[in-house]
Design a protein around this ligand. Structure first.
Ligand code: HEM
Length: 223
């Protein structure tokens, strides 16, 4: 009885984690679309979008939902990792050859790298907006993300750290996409191969899409 309870709760944890993950994947589409506006007409369209989002009370509420989504997803990631570790019956001396892909085996590790990236990312954008961190020299408004992006991404090391993070983000998303469908019970011999292909395309578009922004400010942008 206890066993089946544990099993059921681990299924529901996976279910909630998948729902939170899907929400985060939608956020990434929205976040990327807004940020790509930085590349259009000296960032005027981006600034108008930021102004609209900053003044919109619905966006403020969504920000709380977003952070709740992140916290739930990360907390359940830890719980499931510990659960899986404890459930391993024998500690083999030599690792077994498994059918699982490296993307699925390293979900926890790539997730941790994204978490470190997020802390780093918040220190330079989100926490500046909140007034928790000083603005970089040369920026006079806490909401002037465009000038912050110009200053930060023109530093090759800063851009390189972002690119590296986007590689791990891509690996994480590639498996996350199909895994979310599976956890929600939406897998089917007919549709699962298509879901895998769409997941791979999604992961590539998101990571390459984000990577274009530092590339633009480092190599193309001229003041
Ligand atoms: C070149 C890539 C990126 C740029 C230029 C960028 C830019 C920004 C900016 C300007 C903000 C502040 C927006 C505001 O608070 O109103 C922000 C916040 C945020 N970013 Fe990014 N971002 C990038 C990549 C990412 C990635 C890959 C993730 C997730 C893995 C992410 C997650 C977040 C989150 C959760 C927030 C706080 C919520 C929000 O304000 O919307 N960002 N980012």
């Amino acid at each position: 009885m206890k066993r089946s309870n544990t099993f059921l709760s681990s299924i529901s944890k996976k279910y909630i984690m998948a729902l939170a993950g899907m929400f985060l994947m939608l956020f990434l589409v929205f976040h990327l679309s807004t940020n790509l506006l930085m590349l259009v007409g000296d960032g005027e369209a981006f600034e108008r979008a930021v102004e609209f989002l900053t003044l919109n009370p619905a966006v403020k509420i969504m920000e709380y939902v977003l952070f709740a989504g992140f916290l739930i997803h990360i907390a359940l990631g830890f719980v499931l990792m510990i659960h899986n570790y404890r459930a391993r019956p024998v500690k083999y001396h030599r690792p077994l050859r498994t059918e699982t892909s490296p993307f699925s085996r390293f979900m926890f590790h790539t997730g941790m790298i994204i978490l470190v990236f997020l802390v780093f990312h918040f220190l330079h954008f989100f926490f500046v907006k909140l007034g928790w961190v000083d603005m970089p020299a040369g920026v006079s408004d806490r909401h002037d993300f465009y000038s912050m992006a110009v200053i930060l991404f023109q530093n090759p090391l800063y851009s390189a750290l972002y690119w590296l993070s986007f590689v791990f983000l891509g690996f994480h998303l590639k498996h996350a996409f199909q895994s979310a469908f599976q956890s929600l019970g939406l897998n089917h011999t007919k549709y699962t191969p298509a879901i895998k292909v769409i997941g791979t395309i999604y992961a590539i578009l998101i990571s390459v899409g984000f990577a274009i922004i530092p590339f633009y400010f480092l190599f193309i942008y001229s003041p």
